[in-house]
Design a protein around this ligand. Structure first.
Ligand SMILES: Cc1cc2nc3c(=O)[nH]c(=O)nc-3n(C[C@H](O)[C@H](O)[C@H](O)COP(=O)(O)OP(=O)(O)OC[C@H]3O[C@@H](n4cnc5c(N)ncnc54)[C@H](O)[C@@H]3O)c2cc1C
Length: 567
């Protein structure tokens, strides 16, 4: 039997279509997971189309009838991290009592038990081949308090279902990441963020937690009563216990008007302060090797205010820069081009198909990036939708992503390290001819009171988040290996090097294992400067003294729990 994984590429998804395209000769190779080596389970196998246009199979139990099989492959969304685990060490509780029993037993035996959510994290931070506890079956809404505007849920519920449950009450979540398939446990434990200079990462909106801990059993923590411990537990990477219940602040449901437009780099830099101050949510997408910066702003709009909708032009016209390039590439490579197939592809799929021709060839990448900049120019305009729909967006296909976060002054006085960082980064990418895929995304948040968040700080402090990306547009093993090598050495080294003086640390879900001893040393010294690691490890010593909740990556970065012998 095989336990839950989260993946994309179920038939009918864009991956299915990319296969078709490949068969017809669009690209040199197709893309999908190797479903022979990774089995999929999930009873309630919830298939959903995300904002990104992908179909995701949920991490939830399903009996595949293969009882002889006694191991499970668990893989993250990007297919970049995988562990094989004995089924006897993979638990899927259905109640708090189940969790309590499992945690108690594993604690006694010193058995690894890493909490896993939807396994979306690009670095597979939830994985541990020696033992995992999936929260997918604990997915209920427990209470919606319309007066206090809070929602209490079981930690395994996906964010998307929380948003749906709130809709009839005219409520919504105050902040979202670009997708909503994460479980509330993973979403908050990792400290996910959206964008907006006065909008905190999602953990800041958590008001109560119920956690089953190995060392001290079940504990309930709240903002009012538990101060620092509560704050530490909000972003704890699953290291203080298995979160079973979460209460989060909500806000009234509202519409947002989204404005998408393209600026030059110079314009983006000179208008940044004004854009951040004037708009509730602002993000920049820098396109390497072009002078284009895509700006997307979102602002609440009165339900009754008339508004413009969308740029003019059909979907086909808007995608023309991408489909034209695809046609050119097919001709150049002696491959068959079908305009019907090209028309059927979404934006992300088209980009993957284009890149798949030569994802590491910088001349080719420049052509793809130029087509993407033109695509955005033909997509300038406005649209209005509920906030929980607009704050999600297309993140593209399987990818390596490295996202850093660093302080950028205050809401009042931006110190401009955000744009200086971008200028230097783009200049170095272009000097070194790095085949940097598009976009490099820049977002902002204010500080959160969770000390283990990369954006730990006051509500007046400003943080910027910058994510570089290289897609994995094919399942050709050699191509994936080459992209992986380039990304995890040259590209991320560059970002780290530029970010070091700014104390830029990685998003917890995007922190990869250092590739050398020296890089590990550097990373540890930076993390000691940025996070209260000793304090956190003392808390781990109390709540998980046998270190059953961790994994090798976190042991390397944070060290082990510090034993604590006082009651
Ligand atoms: C396409 C894509 C787009 C993304 N966009 C964004 C974005 O816009 N902003 C952003 O911040 N992030 C983004 N991410 C990262 C993503 O938000 C996080 O990886 C995600 O929130 C993790 O949720 P998960 O349920 O998949 O958790 P997992 O990846 O399974 O786990 C994440 C962490 O949470 C812990 N955990 C999970 N559940 C529990 C629990 N019940 N109790 C204790 N610990 C638990 C795990 O141990 C692990 O440390 C994106 C990822 C992808 C793949």
């Amino acid at each position: 039997m095989i336990q839950g994984i989260l993946r994309k590429g179920i038939s009918g998804s864009i991956i299915g279509r990319a296969h078709q395209a490949a068969r017809k000769g669009f690209a040199n190779s197709s893309r999908s997971f190797d479903t022979t080596s990774v089995s999929i389970l999930s009873a309630a196998a919830l298939m959903v189309t995300t904002g990104a246009g992908y179909i995701i199979l949920w991490n939830k139990k399903q009996d595949d009838g293969d009882d002889d099989d006694d191991t499970t492959d668990v893989i993250n969304w990007s297919g970049t991290h995988k562990v094989t685990i004995a089924n006897k060490n993979y638990w899927e509780p259905e109640s708090i009592e189940d969790v309590e029993r499992i945690v108690k037993d594993c604690h006694k035996r010193g058995q690894s038990l890493r909490p896993i959510g939807s396994s979306l994290s690009p670095n597979g931070i939830a994985l541990n081949g020696n033992g995992m506890i999936s929260m997918a079956n604990m997915d209920k809404v427990l209470k919606i308090d319309t007066e206090k505007k809070t929602i209490t849920v079981e930690a395994g519920i996906p964010v998307r279902l929380v948003v749906e449950a709130l809709r009839p009450h005219n409520l919504t979540l105050p902040n979202l990441a670009s997708i909503a398939e994460q479980q509330m446990g993973g979403f908050t434990q990792i400290g996910a963020h959206g964008t907006g200079m006065a909008v905190a990462p999602v953990d800041e909106y958590v008001t109560k937690l119920k956690i089953v801990t190995p060392g001290r059993g079940t504990i309930e923590l709240s903002k009012e009563k538990d101060g620092r411990l509560f704050e530490l537990a909000r972003v704890a990477l699953g290291l203080l216990g298995v979160v079973v219940e979460i209460t989060m602040e909500c806000m009234s449901a509202h519409l947002l008007v989204e404005h998408t437009f393209v600026l030059t780099r110079k314009e983006a830099i000179s208008r940044k302060d004004q854009l951040l101050k004037e708009h509730k949510h602002t993000r920049f997408m820098w396109i390497p090797y072009t002078d284009a910066v895509i700006v997307v702003t979102n602002d609440p709009i009165d339900q009754d205010t008339p508004h413009n909708v969308s740029a003019s032009g059909t979907d086909e016209e808007k995608k023309k820069p991408l489909t034209d390039l695809l046609q050119e590439l097919c001709i150049e490579n002696g491959q068959e081009f079908s305009s019907d197939d090209a028309k059927g592809m979404g934006f992300g799929e088209l980009r993957d198909t284009l890149l798949a021709f030569a994802p590491l060839d910088v001349t080719h990448v420049k052509r793809c990036n130029k087509a993407e900049a033109n695509f955005w120019k033909s997509n300038e305009g406005y649209r209005t939708l509920p906030s929980d729909e607009l704050l999600q967006f297309d993140c593209g296909g399987q990818q390596w992503v490295y996202e850093v976060c660093f302080p950028s002054g205050t809401l009042e006085n931006n110190d401009n390290s955000d744009t200086t960082f971008m200028e230097v980064l783009l200049q170095k990418i272009e000097e070194k001819n790095i085949p940097a895929h598009s976009p490099i995304e820049q977002r902002w948040s204010c500080g959160t009171s969770s000390p283990m968040s990369p954006a730990a700080g006051t509500a007046e402090s400003l943080y910027t988040w910058v994510g570089v990306i290289n897609y994995l547009p094919s399942d050709d093993p050699q191509q994936r290996k080459d992209i992986t090598k380039l990304f995890n050495t040259d590209y991320t080294d560059l970002v780290r090097h530029i970010g070091r003086p700014l104390k830029a640390v990685s998003h917890w879900a995007k922190l990869e294992e250092p590739t050398s001893v020296w890089k590990a040393v550097e990373l540890k010294s930076l993390y000691l400067e940025r996070f209260p690691i000793t304090e956190f490890n003392v808390a781990r010593g109390i709540y998980d003294p046998n270190n059953i909740l961790s994994n090798p990556l976190l042991d390397l970065v944070l060290g082990k729990p510090i034993p604590h012998d006082q009651e």
